[in-house]
Design a protein around this ligand. Structure first.
Ligand SMILES: [Zn+2]
Length: 310
């Protein structure tokens, strides 16, 4: 049996787990991502966990799902905006030298998409789009079973396609990007701003709390939420007309909102797309949640090093 040590490196935590080639998850845990001296600390943390895992299971490889821009061929981090000292790290080379095991590295959103294709919401599908709605919008596109990387691993940035001309400023330098209208953080921001316009002060509210207010038909929450759903659908309609996917999967915390949220999205999307593109359900919640990246890391390692995959 092939056992892969899988890591999902994020800005706050490193999630890790041990998954076999049948997709059985044998253990999972997380450790905080080192904040100082990342160049030395991160490989230390990873090799420490790999050593622990090796005592219990005979490892055949290491799979990394990572935040930032990744060169998956070389296993290098090209750029990371949220981890200081991470850009340029030759992660596969470093870990192979320390452990003597084959290592694959891929971007976390692309990994999560592969995870969902292997054991999650889109098993057996070959043309799919995967999105995470959180602080921003992450996305991955799969065509004919292969992730679209583009010429420099930069393809698939749906979050930075403009949906409102001359709209809200975005961190990328443009105005009116999709992620400035349809990320979960925007729902919260809009609600707080609307409250302020009514001279009410709110210190903090979560997306989940706003959705709970929607369920109680709070008029302001309903208005903000309906606009949020509308903008999500505008972006999804663009991607549907562009790629004609079999399925669109939404991950991130909002995916846990369940049936009502996805019914609203599917109905809203139908209003936006041409009838030829209609399907009963086009948009699905992630089935693996925050484990999708680990499953994808396992799958990609098995695939890259030509191990049998169940
Ligand atoms: Zn942008």
């Amino acid at each position: 049996m092939d056992y892969i040590a899988c890591f999902d490196i994020g800005g706050t935590f490193i999630k890790y787990g041990l998954i076999d080639r049948d997709g059985q998850l044998h253990l999972k845990d997380k450790v905080p991502t080192p904040k100082e001296n990342l160049q030395t600390e991160l490989p230390e943390v990873l090799t420490g966990k790999i050593r622990e895992l090796t005592r219990a299971f005979p490892l055949t490889g290491i799979g990394i799902s990572s935040c930032g821009l990744v060169d998956c061929e070389k296993g290098e981090i090209l750029f990371s905006s949220n981890l200081k000292g991470y850009s340029g790290m030759k992660l596969a080379k470093i870990l192979t030298a320390k452990t003597n095991l084959p290592v694959s590295v891929e971007n976390d959103v692309k990994s999560a998409c592969y995870g969902e294709m292997w054991k999650g919401a889109i098993k057996g599908k070959k043309n799919v789009v995967f999105l995470t709605l959180g602080t921003g919008i992450g996305s991955a596109i799969i065509i004919d079973g292969k992730v679209v990387n583009g010429s420099g691993n930069l393809a698939g940035e749906l979050g930075h396609t403009v949906i409102v001309d001359n709209g809200r400023p975005c961190s990328c330098g443009r105005k009116g990007c999709y992620e400035r209208y349809a990320a979960t953080s925007v729902l919260v921001q809009d609600y707080i701003e609307k409250k302020q316009q009514n001279s009410e002060v709110i210190e903090h509210i979560s997306g989940e709390e706003i959705i709970a207010l929607v369920a109680r038909r709070d008029p302001l929450a309903v208005a903000v939420y309906e606009q949020f759903i509308h903008y999500i659908c505008v972006g999804l309609a663009n991607v549907t007309h562009l790629l004609n996917p079999e399925a669109i999967v939404i991950g991130g915390g909002i995916a846990e909102q369940g049936d009502q949220f996805f019914a609203a999205i599917n109905n809203g999307l139908k209003q936006e797309i041409m009838p030829l593109y209609h399907q009963d359900t086009l948009v699905f919640p992630s089935a693996l949640g925050n484990l999708a990246g680990l499953y994808g890391a396992c799958y990609l390692t098995l695939k890259k090093f030509k191990h049998p995959i169940a």
